[in-house]
Design a protein around this ligand. Structure first.
Ligand code: NAD
Length: 494
């Protein structure tokens, strides 16, 4: 059995807990590896290595840091297929989707190569007579990233590229369900010339996360995962005096107005709902269809779904792979089974596929859903698209704003004025106008509102730089005996 251990000081480190987790190939349903699950001593050893590496890394000049990240950019680019194939093996996503994940992750490494320009402070000469004031941003120390199963390469790249380039040392606690990509990337960072201890991987479950949350030498935690755990991580980490950004779950609505191009809207809904088997925090899970076009839109979506080729990523024809685990697959299927009992109309039932050895489901389509139904109120995180019918733009907007989540949303319309109004009044962090999955490019920042994000800094981009640094303002005067005097009043600038 392949065994996956921790990564510390640029090499593999066996843990001491004796505990392991199972890593499956979701397409076959078979266990392929076991991953070590850290105990407190393991966490402490990894954090100690990161702490020891911090002073020298912090002192490493910006050009040298950028040079390493540029090399990393080349290495990831050259190894796209290798990383993608690890994603397919352990997560199940099909190669085109896995390659897309690597490409979007790589954007963040490219952004981080330019971090010297982003770390420039401000300077005010002669703020007072003979006095200059300037601001600088400094790293925090040891920072940790805790990541979900659904983007095992991209989400860590959202975090570590900026964290490291800002001068921090980094401990990644990846999902224990698909941990291999983080080990592969760790070795690429070693090849790029990153010094020992700057990027470390700690495998584990709640025990590891809890120790990171209380560890006195961890300055900040960046988390992505489900809402209950995000809330827990945010509350516990901040109580322990740490800086925390915690991104949670989602229920993304796509509002289709009567003037929209319905063919384009149906294509977008199908792509955004069933891509990656719906296991994306930016997946569309609810279509809000205005009554006058609802029947036509549901018909167009329904006609497209049977063309989706569900299968293992090893088959080049497959467009949608399996779900991450048997338990998750069964949970997703239960939403479809319940929906009919709750009064919704199951237009397409994909649960027949649940009999396969691998963790597959076929796509499901549920019409006439309403608030109060489980399939509407909860995040499903699977290949299930629900349709809620609304009378008007206003009713659609209200549904989105009433929802507990606020990660992504999209409006489909030809009316620029209405789209602008939507962007202005919708309470969601990432908005698409005729774009179903509006994941911001790396030079903007990623983050939802409401129960989709705890904390005040979004992930990556400029807010990522802010998150991984703290500001300092220096007020300086060089000795000039002509202006020196005793003055007990509060310093003024005139
Ligand atoms: P998860 O919350 O189960 O796990 C995320 C991380 O937390 C993992 O590293 C896991 O080991 C750890 N963890 C799990 N249970 C814990 C506990 N009780 N205490 C401490 N740590 C714990 O999430 P997941 O199932 O891996 O990922 C899917 C979820 O992530 C979905 O809800 C999805 O919407 C969300 N997600 C959000 C974003 C975003 O940017 N908002 C992006 C991707 C995924």
């Amino acid at each position: 059995m392949n065994r996956i251990s921790h990564w510390v000081n640029n090499k593999v480190l066996a843990g001491t807990s004796g505990k392991t987790g199972k890593v499956f190939n979701p397409a076959t349903g078979k266990q392929e590896s076991e991953v070590e699950l850290a105990n407190i001593a393991d966490v402490d050893a990894v954090v100690a290595a990161a702490k020891a590496a911090f002073p020298a890394w912090r002192a490493t000049n910006l050009s040298r840091r950028a040079e390493i990240m540029f090399r990393m950019r080349e290495l990831v680019d050259a190894n796209r297929k290798e990383i993608a194939s690890l994603l397919t093996q352990e997560h199940g996503k099909v190669p085109s989707d896995a390659l897309g994940e690597v490409a979007r992750g790589l954007e963040n490494i490219e952004f981080a190569c330019g971090v010297p320009a982003l770390l420039k402070g401000g300077y005010s000469e002669q703020a007072s007579t003979g006095v200059d004031v300037y601001s600088i941003r400094q790293p925090l120390g040891v920072v940790a990233g805790i990541t979900p199963f659904n983007f095992p390469a991209m989400v860590p790249m959202w975090m570590f590229a900026n964290a490291i380039m800002c001068g921090n040392t980094f401990v990644l606690k990846p999902s224990e369900k698909d941990p291999s990509a983080s080990m592969f990337v760790a070795d690429l960072l070693r090849q790029a010339g990153l010094p020992d201890g700057v990027y470390n991987v700690l495998h584990g479950d709640k025990v590891a996360v809890d120790r990171l949350l209380e560890h006195p030498d961890v300055a900040a935690l960046s988390f992505v995962g489900s809402t209950p755990i995000a809330k827990y991580v945010y509350e516990t980490g901040t109580k322990n005096g740490k800086r925390v950004q915690a991104l949670g779950g989602a229920k993304n609505h796509m509002l289709v107005l009567p003037d929209a191009d319905l063919e384009m809207a149906a294509d977008a809904a199908v792509s955004a709902a069933y891509g990656s088997a719906g296991e994306r925090c930016m997946a569309v899970s609810v279509v809000l269809a205005v009554d006058s076009v609802a029947d036509a839109l549901v018909e167009k979506i329904k006609s497209r779904v049977p063309n989706i080729k569900v299968g293992a990523g090893s088959d080049p024809a497959s467009e949608m792979g399996p779900l991450i685990s048997r338990e998750h697959r069964d949970k997703v299927a239960s939403y479809v089974t319940n929906a009919a009992k709750e009064g919704a109309k199951v237009v397409l039932d994909g649960t027949d596929k649940a009999k396969d050895e691998g963790f597959f489901l076929n796509p499901s389509l549920i019409d006439h859903v309403k608030p109060g139904m489980k399939c509407y109120d909860e995040e499903i995180f699977g290949p299930v698209l629900t349709v809620m019918r609304v009378k008007s733009y206003d009713e659609g907007l209200k549904a989105i704003n009433d929802n507990q989540f606020g990660n992504g949303t999209a409006i489909f319309t030809r009316d620029g004025g209405v789209a602008r109004q939507f962007q202005y009044e919708v309470n969601v962090g990432m908005v698409g106008v005729n774009v179903p999955i509006p994941v911001p490019v790396s030079y903007y920042s990623f983050g939802g509102w409401k129960a989709s994000l705890f904390g005040d800094q979004h992930m990556y981009g400029p807010e990522g730089i802010n998150f991984f640094t703290r500001g300092k303002v220096v007020t300086s005067r060089w000795p000039d005996p002509r202006t020196s005097q005793v003055d007990l009043g509060f310093p003024q600038n005139r």
